[in-house]
Write a protein that binds this ligand. Structure first.
Ligand code: SF4
Ligand code: SF4
Length: 338
């Protein structure tokens, strides 16, 4: 790993070069929201805005709606990106989420070409969070506001410029002309980390949470915590690690399309026989929480929630996954029955 320095004066020059050579996506502010968009001018980039984008950048690899093939007798081939992509200003929780999604889409036996072709052509440059939002809890689930999992490089903003930590060869090539960061700069970045991390929530014991949730599988706990859920699916649609989809044939368009789906929808698990193994919101909420905090742990020994806080911020009835985990751990103590 090398560590470079980019002064504020050289920022525009470097970014202009990247915009010319690559398709560069970054958080941009519109009237409606902060979101990842293709950047044409540097003034569009809003990486220093507080808060995360409404939608996570996973949609650049796994679009909300994607044509898989056309019915003209020939399989639609996976299109290769012409220009390489750079995702710039990705928050560490979202970079980590894309790494987690690689486990789902990049399965050895059945890799998903649609995901992989876009992933292969992309460089992820994260942006260390120096002001985590009130709903952020990456530290509770094993992440960090300066975490680098899933990043090819990471920018840390200091007063006069950026410390750039570089983790891959492809990112190394982007910054070869920059000077190495001096020790006082890297020290300032480390000091900043100490300030930011102070006061963030402590990490949960993942095996303890896993075991506790499994022990509550048949409990009333799920009915109680899901009582106000509207089944709107917002929590899953905005989640950087949710990856459920449905495939439909759009016969008029003669296309086979895959669309995001949500385990929070009633018909998601409805079988053709009419039987529904998750008939109420209680089972559906259980599935959402168990998948993140128990099943991912079984499969890859990691919690499948990165603490981005989107589901907490945007749930219309204020259901808070942090509180669910906390409540589960103390369920008997607060009078709940197994
Ligand atoms: S966002 Fe809230 S109300 Fe909507 S499905 Fe998720 S938990 Fe239920
Ligand atoms: S479960 Fe909620 S906090 Fe966790 S990664 Fe998904 S949206 Fe973010």
């Amino acid at each position: 790993m090398s560590i470079k320095w980019l002064s504020n004066q050289d920022y525009e020059k470097l970014l202009s070069g990247l915009i010319r050579e690559y398709s560069l996506y970054a958080p941009c502010r519109s009237e409606k929201e902060l979101g990842f968009r293709l950047v044409e001018e540097i003034s569009q980039i809003a990486i220093e805005d507080s808060g995360n984008t409404r939608f996570p950048p996973k949609s650049l690899f796994f679009p909300q709606s994607e044509v898989l093939m056309k019915y003209n007798g020939i399989l639609h081939s996976v299109e290769k990106e012409e220009k390489r992509k750079i995702l710039f200003g990705v928050r560490p929780c979202d970079a980590r989420a894309m790494k987690l999604l690689d486990h789902a889409f990049n399965d050895e036996k059945a890799p998903d070409e649609y995901w992989q072709s876009k992933r292969d052509s992309a460089i992820v440059i994260s942006y260390a969070c120096i002001a985590p939002g009130g709903t952020c809890f990456c530290t509770m689930v094993g992440g960090s506001p300066f975490g680098t999992v899933g990043s090819d490089a990471q920018f840390v903003k200091l007063e006069d410029g950026f410390v750039i930590r570089i983790y891959s060869e492809q990112a190394e090539k982007l910054f070869t002309d920059l000077p190495d960061a001096q020790k006082k700069m890297t020290q300032a970045a480390n000091d900043l980390f100490d300030q930011v991390i102070n006061g963030m929530p402590a990490m949960v014991e993942k095996q303890q949470v896993h075991d506790k949730l499994l022990s509550l599988f048949e409990s009333d706990f799920w009915r109680e915590i899901s009582e106000s859920c509207l089944g709107c699916g917002v929590c899953t649609f905005l989640c950087p690690t949710c990856f459920c989809f449905d495939i439909v044939d759009e016969t008029l368009r003669k296309e086979r399309v895959r669309n995001w789906d949500s385990c929070m929808f009633r018909i998601y698990s409805l079988e053709a026989s009419g039987h529904n193994p998750r008939p109420t919101k209680s089972e559906r909420t259980r599935q959402r929480v168990m998948h993140k905090y128990a099943y991912w742990v079984d499969q890859i020994n990691e919690i499948g929630c990165t603490g981005c806080g989107r589901c907490v911020e945007f749930c219309p009835v204020n259901i808070d996954i942090r509180e669910i985990v906390e409540k589960a751990l103390h369920w008997e103590m607060i009078g709940g029955a197994k």
